[in-house]
Design a protein around this ligand. Structure first.
Ligand SMILES: Nc1ncnc2c1ncn2[C@@H]1O[C@H](COP(=O)(O)OP(=O)(O)OP(=O)(O)O)[C@@H](O)[C@H]1O
Ligand SMILES: [Mg+2]
Length: 254
C-alpha cells in the first residue's frame, strides 16, 4: 500500500491528549489501545506515547505488547510538575516538525491549571467518560475548563472529543449525553463497550491476551482507531468545527 504510506508520511504531525479531571474513566486504556490500533494503519515508529502518569500503566504495557511503538515516561506529579510539563511541551513542539508523526499523551487525573494549559496545546483532546453522573459532572467541568483556556487564548484548538467508555452492551442511544453536552463545543466519538477482556488485558500476560481473539475489544478499538485516522489525522474534524450551520454543537459520529 505505497499510497497509504506516503500519505501517512506527508500528513501534518498531530498531538492527541487523552485527559479528564476524573480518575478511572479509561484514559490510560484508551491511550494504549489507540496506539496499538494506529500502529496497524501508520508506521509504528511514527507513534509516540507520552506516559505522564506516575503509575506507568501505558509504559509497562506497551513496552511488552508493542515494543515497536515509542514510549516516553515523563511523570507529571506535583513535585515534578514544572519541569516535566515543560519537557512534554518541548516534545510536542518538536513533534510538529515531524510530518506523519503522532504523539498520544496519557495524562493523570486531577485538576491543575498548568496541565490544562499544556493539554490546550494539542490538536485534539480525547475525553473518556462513562455515562454515569459521577463521571459526567466532572467531565462537564473539565470541558468548561478547556473551553475557558481556548477562549482566553482565542484558539479554535484543541478539538474536544468525548469518548463514551464502559458502555453497556446493546446501548445505542446517546441522546441523553448529547443533550447534556449540547452547550459545549464538543464532538462525541464512537462508544467503547464495557469489555471484560479489557480488564483482563492488565491481569495476565499480553501474549495470552493476544492469543485469545477478544473480538469485541478488537472491533471497538479498531473502529476507534479508524475514527481517529479519519477525523484527527486526516483532519475531518476541522471541517466539522468550521461549519457554522450545525444546529447543535454536538456532532455524534457513529
Ligand atoms: N472499555 C472498558 N471496558 C471495561 N473496563 C475498562 C474499559 N476501559 C477501561 N476499563 C477499566 O477501568 C479501569 C480504569 O482504567 P484506566 O486505568 O485506563 O483509567 P484512567 O482514567 O487511566 O485511570 P487513572 O485516572 O487512575 O489514571 C481499569 O481497570 C480498566 O481495565
Ligand atoms: Mg491512567
Amino acid at each position: 500500500m505505497p499510497n497509504n504510506k506516503s500519505k501517512a508520511n506527508t500528513r501534518a504531525a498531530k498531538s492527541i491528549f487523552v485527559a479528564n479531571v476524573k480518575g478511572g474513566v479509561g484514559k490510560s486504556t484508551l491511550s494504549i489501545m489507540l496506539a496499538r490500533s494506529l500502529a496497524e494503519k501508520i508506521p509504528p515508529q511514527n507513534i509516540t506515547v507520552i506516559d505522564t502518569d506516575l503509575q506507568r500503566t501505558a509504559t509497562e504495557f506497551l513496552s511488552k505488547s508493542n515494543p515497536e511503538i515509542n514510549v516516553e515516561f515523563i511523570p507529571i506529579t506535583p513535585a515534578f510538575e514544572h519541569t516535566n510539563i515543560s519537557l512534554v511541551q518541548q516534545f510536542i513542539k518538536q513533534n510538529e516538525f515531524r510530518p506523519g508523526h503522532v504523539a498520544i499523551v496519557d495524562t493523570p487525573a486531577g485538576s491543575s491549571q498548568r496541565l490544562w494549559n499544556l493539554v490546550a496545546e494539542g490538536y485534539c483532546v480525547l475525553i473518556p467518560t462513562t455515562l454515569s453522573n459521577a463521571d459526567l459532572y466532572p467531565t462537564e467541568n473539565f470541558i468548561r475548563s478547556m473551553d475557558k483556556v481556548k477562549a482566553r487564548y482565542g484558539k479554535s484548538y484543541p478539538h474536544l472529543i468525548v469518548c463514551p467508555n464502559k458502555i453497556p452492551f446493546g446501548q445505542k442511544d446517546f441522546s441523553v449525553m448529547a443533550e447534556r453536552l449540547n452547550n459545549h463545543d464538543v464532538v462525541i466519538g464512537p462508544a467503547l463497550r464495557d469489555l471484560a477482556s479489557v480488564r483482563h488485558f492488565y491481569n495476565g500476560k499480553v501474549e495470552t491476551w493476544e492469543k485469545k481473539k477478544n473480538i469485541n475489544a478488537q472491533n471497538d478499538f479498531k473502529q476507534f482507531g479508524s475514527f481517529v485516522e479519519k477525523f484527527v489525522l486526516n483532519e475531518e474534524l476541522d471541517k466539522i468545527y468550521s461549519q457554522n450551520d450545525i444546529p447543535k454543537n454536538v456532532v455524534p459520529i457513529r
